[in-house]
Design a protein around this ligand. Structure first.
Ligand code: IPM
Ligand code: MN
Length: 346
């Protein structure tokens, strides 16, 4: 689903990479292209048409560009592009959103942080994706508004188990982020996390941080983190912040997983209407998302590794889109950057 803004440009890049992988490994991937977001509202009146839902349900994996844009962002609009994405996440039951942040040393100059703080940063933020304030009841009158935040014990248990399991395959450290000094949902989150970790994952080192402190520690000592787990909105905010470690939000991929192998894969960036249609968007976040798709939904680990290596090789060789260039670098278009990455897939 290309979606809106730069979505179609980066999705085309992701698809080219998947085709290059198919050619190299003798696979055959069948693609269906469907509408979501503002583009879908314009064509059908709804941000998640029935045809899109049916197509997702018969697919092995779902790849998505981005949704949203000024055309549909009137605060009083009853139908919004983002509703389509939230509905899709809920329908697919993809409650665990994996957002890895790995600093490529060659991109340290693109980050606003000092290179010595960035050394060795390799963290994974697990964002709960189908609960919390994003999905609670909303009210609006002329002089007030409310958004309800709800978490249930099973919702917290399952996300903590996924995070702890992933930590066990990495450095064995998990940091749970909440706001337990203020929010009741966070106090439940903390109780459940402590119990699950104590009873089921005694070998994993658990740290707990309040979200305001976590926002600071992500900038002051990012290399100390291994896996972080947090609720939906904190995860949304902290991952945009963490993208600055990698040099650009255009670098970060995500995988949204649930009980079945069918995941939803999307770069964490938005539709970037300011640069849409100009062919200058960074395709790396999308291309890394295709690596996660290969790994988690198609169980093609070698193929996923190769895509990740190809991005790294292209960057080390000096390939840079506009968001990454520093003085003297040549600026590549979305298509040229994709060409450079595909060279390393052959
Ligand atoms: C993201 C985006 C979405 C979110 C928006 C587009 C609804 O910001 O995937 O991080 O808030 O989850
Ligand atoms: Mn976001």
């Amino acid at each position: 689903m290309p979606g809106d803004g730069i979505g179609p440009e980066v999705t085309a890049a992701g698809r080219r990479v998947l085709q290059a992988i198919a050619a190299r490994f003798n696979h055959r991937f069948e693609f269906e292209v469907q509408k979501i977001g503002g583009t879908a509202i314009d064509a059908t009146g709804t941000p998640l048409p029935e045809a899109t839902i049916a197509s997702c349900e018969r697919s092995s994996a779902v790849l998505l560009g981005a949704v949203g844009g000024p055309k549909w962002s009137d605060p009083n609009a009853p139908i919004r592009p983002e509703q389509g994405l939230l509905q899709l996440r809920a329908l697919l039951g993809v409650y665990a959103n994996l957002r890895p942040v790995k600093v490529i040393p060659e991109l340290a100059a693109a980050s606003p942080l000092k290179a010595e703080i960035l050394a060795g940063v390799d963290l994974l933020i697990i964002r709960e994706l189908t609960g919390g304030i994003y999905f609670g009841a909303k009210t609006r009158t002329t002089d007030s508004a409310s958004d309800l935040c709800v978490y249930t014990v099973p919702e917290v248990e399952r996300i903590v188990r996924i995070a702890a399991d992933l930590a066990g395959r990495r450095q064995g450290r998990l940091c749970s982020v909440d706001k337990a000094n203020v929010l009741e949902t966070s106090r439940l989150w903390r109780d459940v996390t402590n119990r699950v970790m104590h009873d089921e994952f005694p070998e994993i080192e658990l740290e707990t941080l309040l979200v305001d402190a976590a926002a600071m520690h992500l900038l002051s000592r990012p290399a100390d983190f291994d896996v972080l787990v947090t609720e939906n909105m904190f995860g949304d905010i902290l991952t945009d912040e963490a993208s600055m470690l990698a040099g650009s939000i255009g670098m970060l991929p995500s995988a949204s997983l649930g009980a079945s192998s069918r995941g939803l894969f999307e770069p964490i960036h938005g539709s970037a209407p300011d640069i849409a249609g100009r062919g200058i968007a960074n395709p790396c976040g999308m291309i890394s998302s295709t690596a996660m798709l290969l790994r988690y939904s198609l169980k093609l680990d070698d193929e996923a590794d190769l895509v990740e290596q190809a991005i790294l090789h292209a960057i080390v060789a000096g390939a840079r889109t506009a968001d990454l260039v520093r003085d003297g670098d040549k600026t590549l278009s979305t298509g040229e950057m994709t060409d450079e990455i595909i060279k390393f897939l052959k």
